[in-house]
Design a protein around this ligand. Structure first.
Ligand code: TXA
Ligand code: MG
Length: 365
């Protein structure tokens, strides 16, 4: 396959790329694949209505074809064309959070092929806020199915540089902008239940979603209770078929990632430095191949091994996937990551920690 056509774009000048976006839109119309920026992470897009195009996405990512794709739309006409049973609650969430980093799951209409939804009767839909993404969908004239642009199992791609390095031989075009603003993927919420249930946490939290639906504090509390019950039932049903000990890797860098408290990391490093046999899995005898992911505030604890993700939750989220890829490029073999939730509490940080736990090899998450 020939390499992708690469185009540099800037969201704040989105109006100036008529030619580029027209040719990107044509690629999508004709069944091809385009990597494009969104506010969360880069997406690998193709025509959501074309089964062959959806298959090209799975092939480019090396992704199992039963893992459903998110369908990106640019207006409400597209939503009506693809989704069924859109509730009042869903309309309220759209008003509040679209365009933006919220993906909602609806029953699908027949126009959406099984290849796009991995055989499911439901479809995940998002109207992104990124102006390049919105214009691309408009040019294409069809909804765009787009998973994160990484090879399956790897950290999501949040910078154009890594889209090119990893995917240039696998897609037809790459639209490259600055680093993604949010840095972790959208919140996925199931709207087919009595109360919306978040399946994948993101920058819009379960709490914010229920708040947006409640007209009073009492109603909010009732929704929280109802949500707890449904979530409990949902997850106990889901966890049954999973075989114990089965490890599903996600977001994984080449280096081994170990999640520990800051105290545990310090203990490990101290023992390793003394030639001891630390309980915490240091297999690399080469200390130059070890790094510690931490915050600006805590860098001092780890000397030369420290790599900061930033000073607050938003920075940590924005930098996480890029830094994991940077460390791979440097040839780092072992990454200790601080458990950030120990020190800072926020719903967004919990969503970021969800990704770190999935990437970590010492946690069965
Ligand atoms: O921020 C994002 O959501 C990015 C950008 C490109 O929009 N996309 C993204 O797509 O993260 P992907 O394919 O990497 O993740 C889609 C998630 C998966 O966890 C998938 O299982 C879930 O959404 N999903 C998609 N359709 C679903 C459905 N019908 N029912 C349940 N889960 C679904
Ligand atoms: Mg993904």
């Amino acid at each position: 396959m020939k390499g992708a056509i690469i185009n540099y774009v800037q969201e704040n000048r989105a109006g100036e790329y008529a030619d580029v976006l027209e040719s990107a839109g044509n690629i999508i119309k004709n069944g091809g694949t385009v990597i494009f920026p969104t506010e969360t992470v880069y997406g690998l897009g193709a025509n959501a209505l074309d089964p062959r195009a959806a298959k090209r996405i799975y092939k480019a990512k090396g992704r199992p074809s039963d893992n459903p794709l998110i369908v990106h739309i640019c207006d409400y006409e597209m939503l009506e064309a693809i989704a069924d049973g859109i509730s009042k609650d869903a309309r309220r969430l759209m008003e509040r959070f679209w365009p933006g980093p919220l993906t909602m799951i609806f029953y699908k209409k027949a126009i959406i092929p099984d290849e796009t939804t991995g055989g499911l009767e439901s479809v995940a839909v998002r109207m992104p806020a990124n102006k390049i993404a919105l214009r691309l969908i408009k040019e294409a004239g069809v909804p765009i199915a787009a998973p994160s642009a990484n090879i399956s199992g790897k950290p999501s791609i949040t910078s154009g540089k890594y889209a090119i390095e990893e995917m240039a031989e696998r897609v037809d075009m790459i639209l490259m902008d600055e680093d993604s603003e949010i840095g972790i993927e959208s919140t996925v919420v199931d709207m087919t239940m009595a109360v919306p249930v978040v399946l994948r946490p993101g920058i819009i939290s379960q709490r914010e979603i229920l708040k947006a639906l409640a007209d009073s504090q009492e109603e909010y509390e009732r929704l929280i209770d109802q949500h707890e019950d449904i979530r409990y039932a949902y997850y106990s049903a889901l966890s049954e078929p999973k075989s114990p000990g089965m490890k599903y890797t996600h977001y994984s860098p080449n280096a081994r990632l170990i999640l520990l408290s800051s105290q545990e990391i310090s203990d490990c490093l101290r023992l390793a430095g003394q030639g001891g046999n630390p309980p915490c899995l240091i297999d690399s005898k080469d200390m130059t191949k070890i790094r510690v992911l931490t915050t600006d505030q805590n860098m001092y604890k780890y000397g030369e091994l420290a790599v900061s993700l930033g000073s607050d939750d938003r920075e940590i989220g924005r930098n996480l996937f890029r830094v994991l890829r940077d460390l791979d490029e440097e040839g780092v073999e072992l990454i200790f990551c601080e458990d950030f939730e120990e020190e800072y509490k926020s719903d967004f940080l919990s969503a970021v920690m969800n990704r770190i736990k999935k990437a970590a090899s010492n946690i069965n998450y």
